[in-house]
Design a protein around this ligand. Structure first.
Ligand SMILES: [Zn+2]
Length: 108
């Protein structure tokens, strides 16, 4: 399945503890056969991990974003501010873009 979501997109969380939260996609973790892709979204699904001190960081409890299934987020249209499933299209220049189904805004 092709993902409608890319790095730096703003997405809305649909389920779970952070439902309704918005954030920027920081990382996309491609799924393998039979495994859904996951995304890491800024300020969403914060998990704490206990790190040992290293030369680069002091250690202690670190808060960071955990990944969530890509099916649990939806792309946010920057124009009409709604969660959408983008439609794929191609510009006259041949460039592939995504379109908002609601307001037809082009989302690069
Ligand atoms: Zn829109």
């Amino acid at each position: 399945m092709r993902l409608g979501i890319r790095k730096k997109d703003t997405v809305v969380v649909l389920t779970g503890r952070d439902r309704g939260k918005r954030g920027e996609v920081l990382r996309i973790i491609a799924g393998r056969d039979g495994t859904a892709a996951r995304v890491v979204v800024s300020k969403v699904n914060i998990v704490t991990s206990h790190e040992k001190p290293r030369q680069t960081q002091p250690g202690g409890i670190q808060k960071k974003e955990g990944s969530i299934a890509v099916s649990n987020v939806m792309l946010l249209c920057p124009k009409c501010d709604k969660a959408i499933r983008p439609k794929r299209d191609r510009l006259q220049s041949g460039e592939r873009v995504r379109l908002c189904r609601k307001c037809s805004e082009v989302i690069l």
